[in-house]
Write a protein that binds this ligand. Structure first.
Ligand code: NAD
Length: 502
């Protein structure tokens, strides 16, 4: 059987299974309906058709999940588990994701629209790596002995310990559903927390499957709960006094609502929010390499990437040549149903997202930008939420398509001549998630990397992400950093212990 027909066969099998009953919430290790009995439809973005019904969790369900997570936090089999055993469980979960990788990729393709083969290679593979990476941390994450100098001259032993922050509400978006869940669940469990995951309403299916795999791996019931549903379920989690921490990835607007909503018990909050990342191209750059990476940086995942390089600042001397090359890459993308072989550009996630992207293209046109390529629905693709890869030139620094996050496959191109003005323009944004710099001039590369206000800077590359290095944003792109030691710190409290030895 060819890879494409295998993918279709997996999709057919999954859909047959999913149609038999509504998918339940996962609370205390069991799949249960919402207390209200309400469900909502999971929709395939490539066809607009319903895949299955999913439980619509609300406040009462959140309360049950929090109670389960609190009990699990106090359960000696989780609380007192040795670092080696915790590590082993996370490692086993990684193995199970790998065992079911093809199936998970197809499930994500059905639910989100993203091409299955790319999803297997990038998102599912990334999630396996994330669990393997954080499986290594429990045995390495500890405190320190510190050289304190008490005035009394007493002999004091001072040391720090790391304790799990407690019950964590993990709220994630729809653009990389599996990765975003893994980036939070893995460090939270590694730190010894218990969690309630709230996937986006557009993409609930892989989160539920991940929690089932966690149970199969031997992670005790109640440690990993899932509440599917809408923003109100997320808000209930944010407001709940039994939740110690919220880790959120999503829009800046909802991030601000979360900060307000979490004040009741002053729970800890970390935020990974929106972006409007600049791609800065100097006259000496390798234009072929830059064009390929800039095209991927805005068109991969249909532009629905927080770090999408959506503002292009090309030096005036190479602007036209670069744009022609990027447009050429856009033209070579194969658009279609992500289950089909060779497709590298799927539909947007929803009709709402299609309308949003389309309205921004209209706004850009009305503001005076010019469509170089794309701008609407691909010819002959009437079903599903397909939108062409789009480039808009002559964009101006005050245009909304340059200032606001579109979160779709739309590149806004500007040209520049003066380096100081370039830096000012690149930094003239509410966001500060990431930036790309393209040059072979070593000094300029480092000067610009220092000058750009962004949590991640890529020089002659773009969108490289690794569990070993911190990820997060300056300014309104967020609070805190995921990955690495920083992620373990997000999910733990540090305690300073003073012992009088005199
Ligand atoms: P969103 O903010 O609309 O929703 C994200 C999640 O929050 C969903 O699960 C949603 O149900 C929930 N939610 C909605 N209202 C809520 C409320 N009042 N209280 C609590 N939870 C609530 O974002 P989206 O449209 O799903 O995702 C797109 C956004 O995510 C973009 O802005 C993108 O840049 C951002 N994002 C950021 C990163 C990053 O790491 N910085 C990564 C991926 C996506």
């Amino acid at each position: 059987m060819s890879v494409a027909s295998q993918t279709h066969a997996i999709a057919e099998r999954l859909q047959t299974g999913l149609r038999t009953a509504a998918r339940g919430l996962i609370i205390d290790g069991k799949s249960v309906p919402a207390r209200s009995g309400e469900t909502f439809a999971a929709v395939n973005p490539a066809t607009g058709e319903e895949i299955c019904q999913v439980a619509k969790g609300g406040e009462a369900d959140v309360d049950l999940a929090v109670q389960a997570a609190r009990r699990a936090l106090a359960n000696p089999s989780w609380r007192d588990m040795s670092a080696v055993d915790r590590s082993q469980l996370l490692y086993r979960l990684a193995e199970l994701i790998e065992r079911d990788a093809e199936e998970l990729a197809v499930l994500e393709c059905l639910d989100n629209g993203k091409p299955a083969t790319l999803t297997r290679a990038v998102e599912i593979e990334g999630s396996i790596k994330t669990f393997r990476y954080f499986a290594g941390w429990p045995t390495k994450f500890g405190g320190e002995t510190l050289p304190v100098s008490p005035r009394s001259g007493a002999k004091i032993l001072n040391y720090t310990t790391r304790e799990p922050v407690g019950v964590c509400g993990l709220i994630v978006p729809w653009n990389y559903p599996m990765s975003m869940a893994a980036w939070k669940v893995a460090p939270a469990l590694a730190a010894g927390c218990t969690v309630i995951l709230k996937p986006a309403e557009q993409t609930p299916l892989t989160a539920l499957r991940l929690a089932e795999l966690a149970l199969e791996a031997g992670i005790p019931a109640g440690v990993f709960n899932v509440i599917t549903g809408f923003g109100e379920a997320g808000a209930a989690l944010v407001a709940h006094p039994g939740v110690d921490k919220i880790a959120f990835t999503g829009s800046t607007e909802v991030g601000k609502a979360i900060v307000h909503g979490s004040t009741g018990n002053l729970k800890k909050v970390s935020l990974e929010l929106g972006g409007k990342s600049p791609q800065i191209v100097l006259p000496d750059a390798d234009l072929d390499a830059a064009a390929a990476s800039i095209a991927a940086g805005i068109f991969f995942n249909q532009g629905q990437t927080c770090t999408a390089g959506s503002r292009l600042y090309a030096h005036a001397s190479i602007h036209d040549a670069l744009l022609a090359r990027i447009a050429d890459h856009a033209a070579r993308l194969t658009i279609g149903n992500g289950l089909d072989a060779g497709v590298d550009f799927g539909p947007l996630v929803s009709q709402e997202q299609w309308d949003r992207v389309s309205s921004y293209v209209e706004i850009g046109r009305a503001e005076g930008a010019e469509i170089v390529t794309g701008g609407g629905r691909p010819a002959g693709m009437d079903k599903g939420f397909f939108f062409q890869p789009t480039i808009m030139a002559n964009a101006g620094r005050d245009m909304r398509i340059v200032r606001e996050e579109i979160f779709g496959p739309v590149l806004s191109a500007l040209s520049w001549t003066d380096t100081d003005d370039l830096v000012a323009q690149a930094n003239d944004s509410d966001f500060g998630l990431s930036a790309g710099i393209w040059t072979n001039d070593l000094k300029q590369a480092h000067r610009l990397a220092a000058a750009v206000k962004a949590g991640t800077v890529w020089v002659n590359c773009f969108n490289l992400v690794d569990n070993a290095t911190p990820f997060g944003g300056f300014k309104q792109s967020g609070w805190g950093r995921e990955h690495g030691r920083q992620a373990m710190e997000l999910y733990s409290e540090i305690k300073s212990v003073w012992v009088n030895l005199s």
